[in-house]
Design a protein around this ligand. Structure first.
Ligand code: PLP
Length: 262
């Protein structure tokens, strides 16, 4: 057995259907040989056709989960996913200000592909003011970036400008996921840490999957635990999601694929 086991903590929502959220994060951590810890910020009753109910546990209980994890484990990276509302965001921000983990990967989850709302409208300011400034990396898709910035991102030039604008909100680096932009058959994810800019280009796969954003952010967190640089962790995680998509499967009656993590 190795002397030191590095752990990654996901603070996010659970998906009873096993495709996204905490369940995707823990599978991704395991696939990267990183010990996975979890603090449930929200619970969704969910299947392959959508979200049927959401429960947000009391913030004291969320804080107790986070404290229990930091009390005992060597936490190298924290992944943040569905945080539901402003009081949950405040609770998470307070805890992270206290524990200051080396890496924080923030997936600013707002709306599921199915259309279900996963973040209250009045929580955007809390996300901007409390969590973006402490994030090592944020991984918005185009609609999330548009909401964070308050304007449309219509083309490649606007996406490049948006990366710089998102950095101005305080994160150390941004990976702007390009899947919602039409750039021919290619999907371009743009990385910017204020010094270097990278474009990760891959062919658009004709696959309608569930949990890709959660998987990507948790794969980045796992790769940071494994010692990769931020840009290399992003590149490796994008490749990982592409492979997981190709091996995806349909476990329920809905149209949505769940990713294969192994
Ligand atoms: N459910 C939970 C708990 C999530 O955290 C997320 C995304 O982050 C989703 C559902 C939505 O996943 P998707 O948009 O891939 O369907």
């Amino acid at each position: 057995m190795s002397a030191q086991v590095l752990s990654a903590l996901t603070i996010a929502g659970s998906d009873s259907g096993g495709g996204a959220g905490i369940q995707a994060d823990l599978k991704t951590f395991a696939a990267h040989r990183v010990h996975g810890l979890s603090a449930l910020a929200a619970l969704t009753a969910q299947h392959t056709r959508g979200v049927t109910a959401v429960h947000v546990p009391p913030v004291d209980f969320l804080r107790a989960q986070i404290d229990a994890c930091f009390d005992d484990f060597e936490i190298q990276a924290v992944k943040l996913g569905m945080l539901a509302n402003a009081s949950v965001i405040d609770c998470v921000a307070d805890a992270l200000e206290h524990y200051r983990p080396p890496f924080i990967v923030l997936d600013p989850v707002m709306v599921a592909t199915s259309g279900a709302k996963l973040l209250a409208d009045d929580a955007l300011d809390a996300l901007r003011q409390r969590l973006l400034p402490m994030a090592t990396l944020i991984t918005p898709n185009i609609p999330e970036a548009e909401l964070l910035l308050g304007h449309r991102i219509a083309d490649a030039a606007a996406a490049e400008r948006a990366c710089a604008e998102l950095l101005d909100l305080g994160a150390t680096a941004v990976l702007l996921k390009g899947g919602h932009l039409f750039e021919g058959q290619r999907v371009i994810d743009r990385f910017d840490d204020g010094v270097a800019q990278h474009e990760y280009i891959h062919t658009r796969l004709p696959i309608d999957a569930h949990g890709t954003g959660c998987t990507l952010a948790s794969a980045i967190a796992a790769q940071l635990c494994n010692g990769l640089s931020l840009a290399n962790a992003c590149e490796a995680a994008i490749d990982y999601v592409a492979r997981a998509l190709q091996g995806g499967y349909r476990p329920g009656r809905g149209e949505v694929l769940v990713l294969d993590h192994f």
